[in-house]
Design a protein around this ligand. Structure first.
Ligand SMILES: [Fe+2]
Ligand SMILES: [Fe+2]
Length: 207
């Protein structure tokens, strides 16, 4: 059975929670404020997480469930707390569904430490951090910058400046918590693509 079939109830539970709790405001944090974006991000974390789990021979079930639940409380807690809250939320759900105790502990640990922890102890927690970061680079990274710029009515030169001042620093910071070789390789490739896009944009704008 595919993971999508196996965890369809968990996925629809988290999706509807995100859609219910998202503020859905258009500025200034769009698309992050949009529940549909958060759900798409969750699916990308699941996809990258499963790929990295295979590569690292990690526990697929732990990675899949942690990916599905990792941002479930993004809209109902302070940013720094959303990992702890989502870990509790997942634990409660998985206990009700009688998942094995050890699996629940491993899933909730990986969710708990996905925010800000610079030393995750399990390979599954490392994979969740890596998978959580990868969609901020590459074509997705470019799209995020442009969507946010559009929501804030920024035009081209402002977009380039915002990328250089703000987003590029964020990427450097996130790169410090990439743990697996495969994710580091993808991150580097995607960084080249994203950086060259903004360099090209700047060159085209130069009068
Ligand atoms: Fe998160
Ligand atoms: Fe996330």
């Amino acid at each position: 059975m595919s993971i999508l079939m196996k965890y369809r109830e968990e996925m629809s539970h988290v999706k509807s929670h995100l859609m219910k709790t998202a503020p859905n405001e258009s500025e200034p944090t769009f698309p992050f404020s949009d529940g549909k974006y958060k759900w798409e991000h969750t699916l990308l974390v699941l996809k990258s997480g499963l790929m990295l789990a295979k590569e690292e021979k990690a526990e697929t079930e732990v990675v899949a469930l942690a990916a599905i639940f990792h941002d479930a409380c993004y809209y109902t807690s302070e940013y720094n707390e959303h990992g702890h809250e989502a870990a509790r939320y997942a634990m409660e759900y998985l206990r009700k569904k009688k998942y094995p105790t050890e699996l629940i502990a491993n899933v909730s640990y990986a969710i708990d430490v996905h925010v800000g922890e610079m030393n995750p102890k399990t390979i599954e927690a490392k994979i969740i951090q890596d998978a959580d970061t990868l969609d901020k680079y590459g074509a997705m990274g470019i799209s995020l910058v442009l969507l946010n710029a559009g929501a804030n009515k920024l035009l081209f030169l402002d977009v380039v400046n915002k990328f250089k001042i703000d987003y590029a620093k964020k990427l450097d910071f996130m790169a410090k918590s990439i743990w697996t070789d495969k994710a580091r390789m993808i991150m580097k490739e995607r960084t080249r693509f994203l950086t060259s896009f903004f360099e090209q944009l700047e060159a085209e704008l130069t009068i």
